[in-house]
Design a protein around this ligand. Structure first.
Ligand code: ZN
Length: 490
């Protein structure tokens, strides 16, 4: 009778990269003998010199540890699935320095960790010695940094240079209502210190860029990617691969989240998954598309879990596995990921040996994107030019009775919140099908929330022959600031 054995990522090099193998056997012992006969290289990893299963290799039949069944004599029945879970699987790339001792206060604080065999005193000291860098103190960085701090990670670095906005509070729990207007890093530092004064918080209030990323990342053991834009995501990935730092990756979009662990030794990286970024404008940001507030709470917490496992060197990390979470359906799915031997950064013959210009790589025209490193910056104003119009100029034109049409390219839900009188609503995604509805003979003023989407719409309209198109700089947010304060900002 053949039984399926699931092979963990670190052992796949010995099973011709297979993640599952079918072997005959009546008991777990027979099965493993059959496995190591077929794949000789596995033997030394599973068994020690006197033929006993190594103590750091756990074998499960379905969801039960064989240590709690009949060990290697555990019988197998049809349909059983056997998993090999080596505890060393997590020991990737993180080399903890000499572990510092815990104070009496820390022993009490971490007592629920200390009684877990998988953490214990040794693991807690590793956490204390560890340094984790969170890119972004926003939606993903909030739960991640708070759980890492609560868990006793000794040094937490934060990279961000944004300011707390009222619209952040729906999901960014590092910040509270009194923090609106403060620097995110100041707010985050206060929050983390009140949670756990034993943690050293290092605030990097800078824009992450190709010129500073390597230097910034170098002192850290694990990088936690909480960015919301593609240039920064590729920058973080490449810097992690070049430095050999594991990247606890997460991203969120409306109701769906993703998580994985990239850039470990032999494991895949973000470029193996997505060698090239999507064309600019195809994937909207959270500011444009919206995001369920609790979603980053779940994904950021998964990232923190992975960071902690990497530090402890315990468990089976999300290496080679791409976790997809759908909050609406309340479903987790897992996809397999493999390192691409042709990957330009982590492949067998990499062509990328230094950081590049990621704005250019992602095809983002300057001035129409969130600045790299402002992981949670959701504004992004387009720069002034002859094709721009300010809200005050628009107000003056309307007052003069100029012939013009305002095309609002936001989504209907946003239209419900605030709008400019007389504007027509054509969401950005529908502009290519519906631009025929717009009168070419009038001046066309494209408008959105902050001026980013409308800049895209304006350039599209010009490309299809509209000659008089301007973009309302700062969008309805600035319109509310400068012209009509009765329109709520969101
Ligand atoms: Zn790669």
């Amino acid at each position: 009778m053949a039984t399926k054995i699931l092979i963990p990522t670190p052992l796949r090099p010995f099973t011709e990269k297979l993640d599952a193998v079918e072997v005959d056997g009546q008991t777990v012992g027979e099965l493993l003998q059959g496995l190591t006969t077929r794949y000789g290289g596995l033997k030394q990893h599973l068994y020690n010199g006197d033929g006993r299963l190594r103590s750091f290799v756990n074998v499960y039949v379905n969801d039960e540890d064989i240590r709690y069944l009949q060990k290697e004599a555990t019988p197998l029945k049809s349909g059983d699935v056997v998993s090999i879970i080596p505890s060393v699987a997590g020991g990737v790339g993180v080399e903890a320095p000499a572990a510092p001792a815990l104070s009496a206060d820390e022993v009490r604080r971490y007592s629920r960790h200390l009684i877990l065999p998988e953490v214990g005193m040794e693991g807690q000291k590793k956490l204390k010695a560890a340094k984790v860098l969170c890119i972004g103190a926003g939606g993903l960085g909030s739960p991640a940094a708070m759980y890492l701090a609560a868990a006793g990670v000794g040094t937490i670095g934060l990279v961000d240079f944004d300011v707390v906005d009222l619209s952040n509070l729906q999901r960014q729990l590092l910040h509270g209502t009194p923090d609106v207007g403060r620097s995110k890093l100041a707010s985050a530092t206060d929050r983390i210190r009140s949670l756990n004064p034993n943690v050293r918080v290092v605030a990097h209030e800078v824009a992450l860029s190709s010129s500073n990323a390597l230097e910034l990342f170098r002192p850290y053991d694990v990088i936690l990617d909480g960015t919301d834009n593609f240039p920064t995501r590729y920058l973080v990935n490449d810097a992690c691969v070049l430095l050999g730092k594991p990247n606890a990756y997460g991203s969120i979009f409306r109701f769906e989240g993703q998580a994985s662990v990239f850039a470990t030794k032999g494991g895949p990286c973000y470029r193996c998954l997505y060698p090239e970024p999507p064309p600019p404008g195809l994937v909207p940001s959270c500011a444009e598309a919206g995001v369920l507030g609790v979603l980053p709470g779940i994904i950021g917490t998964i990232q923190a879990t992975e960071a902690i496992k990497l530090i402890l060197g315990n468990g089976e990390p999300l290496i080679g596995r791409f976790l997809i979470y759908d909050a609406l359906r309340m479903r987790f799915r897992e996809l397999k990921l493999r390192r691409d031997p042709d990957c330009p950064v982590c492949g067998d013959h990499p062509t990328l040996h230094a950081l590049i210009d990621y704005e250019q790589f992602c095809g983002v025209p300057s001035g129409v994107t969130s600045p790299v490193g402002s992981a949670t910056s959701e504004s992004g104003d387009s720069s002034a030019s002859a094709t721009d119009m300010t809200p005050r100029e628009l107000k003056a034109a309307l007052d003069r009775g100029d012939k013009l049409v305002i095309v609002d390219v936001r989504e209907p839900q946003e239209w419900q919140i605030a709008r400019i009188d007389g504007a027509v609503l054509i969401p950005l995604g529908e502009v290519p099908q519906r631009y025929g509805e717009i009168d070419k003979n009038q001046l066309v003023v494209c408008q959105c929330r902050s001026g980013v989407r409308s800049a895209k719409a304006a350039s599209f309209l010009r490309s299809v022959g509209f000659e008089r198109v301007v973009n309302l700089t700062g969008g309805i947010l600035r319109w509310s600031d400068e012209v009509d304060p009765t329109q709520p900002k969101y």
